[in-house]
Structures are given as C-alpha cells and as structure tokens.
Design a protein around this ligand. Structure first.
Ligand code: TRP
Length: 373
C-alpha cells in the first residue's frame, strides 16, 4: 500500500495533483487511513496550520477547522503551526502580527480546538524547527522546487500584482513546510486535493534523508495526506471567500453580520432549488453552508427546500448559520474575556512543547549526519 501510494503521488508533482488518477489514489488511501484512525487514533500525529494573515472565516471553518476538531475528538494528536515565517513570503511588512495571531488563536478556540490536547505554536518560537530547513534544502533540487505547482501559482500571482520577483523564502517554502511536518514526526497531514504536491516534497525530503543518513532504520515517517473534502466557500459577491476580497463572513462576526451576509448572498432567477455546483454556484454555496451546519448533505437540503425557492433557502441557511455559530461566539467571548495573558500562556505552552520536540529531532538529525562533535 505504501509502495503504491509513493508511486502514484509521485505523479502528482508533475500534474499539480489534479490528475484524476492520483487524486483517486489519494482518496482511496484516505479512506483506509480514516478506518485506521477510528480503530487506533494513537498511531497518528497530525500537523497542519495556517499563515496568520487575518482573522479566520467561514471558508476556513467549513474546509479545515471543523475537520481538525473532528480529528481531535477522535483522539488524534494535533500540532497546529501558526506559520508566522510564511507571512513574509510574499510581503515586505508582516503587519501587526501579535494582533493577528491573537485573533487566529481565538478563532481556534472558538472552533473547538482544545489547547490542553492540541499543541499550538508559532514558527518563530521554535529555532530548531527552522534549522532543519538547512539539511532539508540540501535534499531537493531547484528544478523540483520550480515544478511545485503552488510555487508556480505564487510566481504567477506575484506577477499579476505587478511584482516580477519572488522571494527566496517563497521559493523554498515547501521545504520549510517539510520542516513543520517532520520536526514532530507527524505522519498525517489533512489537505485539500489541490495541496497534494506540497506533501510530495515533504515525503521526498523524508525519504532522501532516510536513504542518505539513516539507511536501514528510517528516521522520518513519510507522512500521508488525509484528503478531506474542501468545498470552496464563496463570499457574498459570488467569488471565492477570502480575507483579501473583503467578501468573507468572519468566524468572529456577530449575529447581525451573519444575517446580513446571507441576505446579501447572490442567488439566481430559477425558483426550484437544486444542487448543481457548476451551473448554479451561488445556490450550491448556500446549500453547502446550510448543510454543513444542519448536518446533512447539500443535495438533501436542496430536496427539502425545492419549490419553496431562494427566499426559503436563505431563511433556512440564516437560521442554520446563526445557530451553528452561536457556540463558537460564546467560546470566543469566554476566551477573550480571560484576557491577553490567557492566550499568551496557551502559546507559551505550545511553543515550549514544540521547541522541546524540535530540539530532540535536530539533535537526532545532527547525530545521523555526524555533526555532533
Ligand atoms: N501554508 C499553509 C497555509 O497557508 C500553512 C502551513 C504552514 C501548513 N506549514 C504547514 C499547512 C504544514 C500544512 C502543513 O494555510
């Protein structure tokens, strides 16, 4: 199985992870992993996280946060990186990082991440993690990095923004992500299918390190992608929800904003509600959001609204969202009320734990590389 995965995912680095063949293989592998998680969650350690560039929104909640909370509830150990060094991959100024990190932390807590069991840390507080970047960079070629679809996409995006250059940090960030994942020996990374190639670089780094320096007794696991369905959530202008587009419903939004978000959401002129993401993206988006919070499928929700039309759909989605976000708002308010020290302590604890693990890993790595003098 591992063998098969290795060869099929190799193909993803060439086609951006979009070939149906490799995506199907990764999905099948993920179904196997889900069954193993259900049987013995202690076999798995997840690493995931995000760049702290702003408060998190409904798109994050539906596509990733709720899945993390699900894995946490199943008993899987989770490490969450607040990837502050990734913020400066594509900007000259990091912005008000302390404020943004605070909001992201509150969003995690609001979503139900339990800091007693999940380790939350920032790149910048874990020097040994960052030092792993050096040996790891020696294990990949420039050509391999150039082929990485996300690096390619970022280059194109930077050019569209009128910048011709791409920073060296952006160019090497898939390798930095390998350090994020491997420092804690994570063996499971939840990803949307478009991110499969990222993990491929991590797997390559792990494999090459093992071959070169730990022959016979593999040191790093080759982590698996846990492909999770990540529906693209649209903002109320019909474009993909994103902080920068200004069309997002933030997790921290109040009830009025939530109601207004649905009210402003686009619909179409067909009365009968059906779930057809390609033909009716706005209706499909409302159905996806509503179904997520009601705990049903978009198809079933469409069926139940049917001839009652978009007005009824909006009422159903508004209620589902308002009710669904209520406990999040309560948890967020509770955490915020405990003051900045509370959040600082959570991060300090997570950073200390990550630092301890990263230091052990770096010591091992230096031993294996015969750099301990
Ligand atoms: N690049 C991810 C994002 O912006 C964040 C991230 C950093 C990450 N390191 C990672 C995700 C390692 C998964 C694994 O959302």
């Amino acid at each position: 199985m591992t063998q098969a995965t290795a060869s099929t995912t190799t193909a993803t680095s060439l086609d951006g992870g979009r070939s149906t063949e490799s995506v199907r293989a990764a999905r099948e592998r993920s179904a196997v992993l889900e069954r193993q998680i259900a049987v013995d969650p202690s076999r798995f350690r997840v690493l995931t996280g995000e760049r702290p560039t702003g408060a998190l929104h409904l798109g994050h909640l539906i596509a990733t946060l709720d899945n993390r909370v699900r894995l946490q509830a199943l008993g899987v150990e989770i490490f969450l990186v607040v990837a502050d060094y990734q913020v400066i991959t594509d900007r000259d100024v990091a912005g008000d990082l302390p404020a943004v990190v605070r909001e992201v932390l509150l969003d995690y807590l609001a979503a139900g991440i339990d800091p007693e069991v999940t380790t939350i840390f920032t790149h910048s507080a874990v020097p040994a993690l960052n030092q792993l970047l050096l040996p790891f960079l020696s294990l990949v070629t420039v050509a391999e990095l150039e082929r990485n679809p996300t690096v390619k996409a970022e280059t194109a995006a930077a050019e569209r923004r009128g910048r011709t250059g791409m920073s060296g940090l952006m160019f090497t960030y898939p390798v930095h992500q390998a350090a994020d994942i491997l420092f804690c020996q994570a063996n499971l990374v939840p990803v949307g299918q478009d991110q499969l190639p990222h993990l491929e670089i991590t797997r390559t780094v792990a494999r090459r390190f093992n071959n070169r320096y730990a022959a016979g007794r593999p040191y790093f696991p080759e982590p698996d992608a846990l492909v999770v369905p990540t529906p693209t959530i649209l903002g109320n202008d019909g474009a993909k929800m994103s902080k920068s587009a200004g069309n997002a419903l933030e997790i921290r939004a109040g009830e009025d904003e939530t109601v207004a978000f649905v009210k402003r959401a686009k619909t179409d002129s067909e009365r009968h509600i059906t779930y057809e993401p390609d033909r009716r993206p706005e209706i499909a988006n409302l159905l996806t959001i509503g179904a997520h919070f009601v705990g049903t499928t978009p198809e079933a929700l469409a069926e139940s609204v049917g001839a009652a039309g978009a007005g009824r759909l909006k009422r159903v989605v508004t209620e589902a969202l308002v009710e669904g976000l209520r406990p999040l708002r309560a948890r967020r308010a509770e955490a915020a009320a405990q003051g900045p020290e509370y959040l600082r302590a959570i991060l300090a604890r997570g950073n200390a734990r990550a630092d301890e693990i990263a230091t052990c890993t770096l010591d091992d790595v230096r031993d294996l590389m015969r750099m301990t003098y």
